[in-house]
Design a protein around this ligand. Sequence first.
Ligand code: PLP
Length: 411
Amino acid sequence: MGLGTLGWWARMWGWEPWVGATGYPRGMKVARRAEIAPFYVMEVMKAAAEREVMTGDVLHLEVGQPSTPAPDTVLQAAKRALESDRLGYTTATGTPELRERIALYYEERYGLRIDPVRIAVTMGASGGFVLAFLAAFDVGDRVAVTRPGYPCYRNTLEAFGVEAVSIPIGPETRFVPTSKLIAAAGDLDGLILASPANPTGTALNPAELADIATYCRNNGIRLVADEIYHGIEYGVQVPSALSVEPEAVVLQSFSKYFSMTGWRLGWMIVPDELVRPVERLAQNLFISPPTISQLAAVAAFDATDELDANVARYAENRRLLIDGLGSVGLVHFASPDGAFYFYIDVSHLTDDSQDLCRVWLDELGVACTPGIDFDPVLGHRYVRMSYSESTADIAEATERIADWVRSEQSM
Ligand SMILES: Cc1ncc(COP(=O)(O)O)c(C=O)c1O
């Protein structure tokens, strides 16, 4: 085990060894809002990268990103922009061309007419969360997030002094929330909804989404919908929250379907009353989203053949994993409707999925993410596997894990 791996496990157990060890003076004040949990996936990625340097052998099922570059037309547009554009700041909420193209996308894909004024281009969905949470919620507000769920919602809300209220979801509802579960959380100011969700890949059908939207509307709860995995769907078309709640705040990104993770670009659609607040916050916090990414991203919407081929590969990877893991009894997960994740109950193998992930990385060279990132209470029973890498890698990883489970069971 190398130093980096040791550091990872130390951090996973809550010990942050670098504080005080890098010349940072102990005893100086660190803001309480900075005491948020790490995003453990990034820690796993670090340990996997270190093993990769040392052994050259890691199969990446921990990363939640496409293994492909941006579409060719986007790369060409970026090259043209480099040669011909000054690449200065843009307006804070993005170029008019990109916002208009995004509006057209909503008409093409969902049949929805969105005024480009309501669209703000952001630094990934992550930048959108910052703007949305600051614009919509005050310190002390109560905003519900699902457990399991994408950890940065909870961590970011808490950094802003907003109370993140957990809504436990499980296999009984295919890991999607219901209005009854939301009602059990008491008085709320907001709800963050992801469909398809990370880490489960399960999505709300139109009736379930409409039911939740009605509950939110009737109870004055602001609905914030993270639609980052739209486009990566298996046999369903997931509805946008805007089709049932025109006042919803919607977050989207070029990181997943559009295969542009490192370009750090996304967008948000906000109701009228948040247009100026979001613009003012964006001006002050970020000045503008990355210019070259915006100029290139306009071309992404017409690269559907290339992007749909990626989705076909994810579908094949999903099938391989279902078959391969199923052959050794790893069957306790909700069948994903979209995204590229399985959230698997491994409690028959271990009560400590962090330890299981360490063993799989050390012994098999397969990197997976322990469930504690997504669910601080029950995550120790779950592992998240991402199947966004090449089909050859996913087939090899499935085989290594299946062999390992067989050998454990024969002991
Ligand atoms: C559900 C969800 N929302 C948002 C993000 C952040 O995406 P972006 O790269 O657009 O900031 C991720 C990244 O994995 C995610 O899984």
